[in-house]
Design a protein around this ligand. Structure first.
Ligand SMILES: [Zn+2]
Length: 378
């Protein structure tokens, strides 16, 4: 059985989390990562994400030539940025669990993913494992709304399918479905008037917005679909009939047709409210990222499930309600699964990861490379 080298893995992880890389400030970490992957035998290219996003660095696309012919090339993906507060992180190890000193995040999201990928490459050498071409796509700006992945020059990826190493949850968990997310900016236009002297001359944008909201299906719509009003703004003073109200909302679904239906439902609610109250409503819909859904027979899922069993884990196929770089990169035509890395309480100072989970994810990645090589070319 393939087993990660505990001390090597931990020291790699500790080194990475000590390099500040709050989202937008990826300069330092990207230089380090480029050097590390080159030292591991990869050819590293940069795209032009820095210019497109204003972030600290470009995305890195690292390529390791295969040692075996006739294998579909695969890729792994992690992000090099962290959320805030992520400066001068002081990792502590206690009872085989790694945490920060409580004043910052730990940054296991997603440096544990990167450390596991590096350990996997070392394991390929330790165990003399034959493999096809492996690419590693390291993005900037994931924590700023996936903007690095959105700016990624995907022509550098020649892998056939891939794995994001970037989900909370116990190792063995495979995120095989993630929703498409739509964002709504709903602007309600009324007509201003003095609320005490001539209210009948006004149309309250707040009343109009409330009426529209009351007609919207919100919350959990069905097992695949959710919708939520996230913000409501409008009005100036009690003696003024408000002429503008803005509602910010979102909807998500694992099934594209259901999301389309939900978008229509929200637009219909607005049209009915216009008829009843007067005034007008502009509904602006933006697709923030696209979803994906794979069944157990897809190559990308099969390889990961078999790999999990190979390294002694029970694969758990799961859907998530959230989005990650996997949503964006898979929309470029590369089927992806997001792997659970085992970190907990991410985006808080209580973030933590156990060393045993880090070891498991490293061997799972090596298992994936082995299974992909055995699978050959589908
Ligand atoms: Zn992450």
């Amino acid at each position: 059985m393939i087993q990660a080298d505990r001390d090597r893995l931990v020291s790699e992880f500790i080194e990475l989390v000590k390099i500040d890389s709050e989202t937008g400030n990826e300069e330092k970490i990207s230089v380090v990562l480029k050097a590390k992957f080159e030292a591991l035998g990869f050819t590293v290219v940069e795209d032009d994400a820095k210019e497109k996003t204003g972030h600290g660095a470009n995305n890195l696309i690292c390529t390791l030539e295969g040692t075996k012919e006739g294998v579909d090339p695969i890729f792994f993906n992690s992000h090099m940025d962290t959320v805030v507060p992520g400066k001068e992180i002081k990792p502590q190890i206690e009872d085989e669990i790694i945490r920060s000193d409580g004043t910052t995040i730990l940054g296991a999201d997603d440096k544990a993913g990167i450390a596991a990928i590096i350990e996997m490459v070392r394991l390929l050498k330790d165990y003399d494992i034959d493999h096809g071409q492996i690419q590693v796509v390291l993005t900037v700006g994931e924590e700023s709304g996936l903007i690095g992945a959105k700016a990624l020059n995907a022509t550098f990826i020649d892998a056939k399918y891939g794995y994001a190493v970037d989900s909370h949850g116990d190792v063995g968990g495979l995120i095989v479905a993630s929703p498409t997310q739509a964002k709504f900016e709903i602007t309600c236009h009324g007509k201003t008037a003095h609320a005490g002297v001539a209210p009948e001359e006004g149309i309250s944008a707040i009343t109009l917005a409330s009426k529209a909201i009351s007609k919207m299906k919100l919350g959990r719509i069905d097992e695949d679909t959710t919708a939520n009003i996230g913000r409501f703004e409008g009005g100036k003073a009690t003696n003024i009939v408000s002429d503008e109200a803005v509602v910010i909302a979102e909807a998500r679904s694992l099934v594209p047709e259901k999301l389309d239906r939900q978008i229509e439902q929200i637009k219909d609610a607005c049209r009915q409210a216009e008829e009843e109250v007067g005034g007008s409503i502009d509904v602006d819909v933006t697709i923030m990222y696209k979803g994906y859904k794979h069944d157990e027979h897809t190559q990308v899922v099969k390889v990961a499930s078999q790999a999990a069993r190979r390294v002694g884990l029970e694969p758990q196929l799961k859907a998530t309600g959230g989005g990650s770089d996997a949503n964006v990169i898979s929309s470029y035509g590369f089927p992806m699964v997001n792997l659970c890395v085992g970190y907990k309480n991410i985006h808080t100072p209580e973030e933590e990861i156990s060393i045993s989970e880090m070891m498991k994810i490293s061997s799972l990645l090596a298992g994936i490379v082995i299974e992909a090589a055995e699978e050959g070319s589908a």
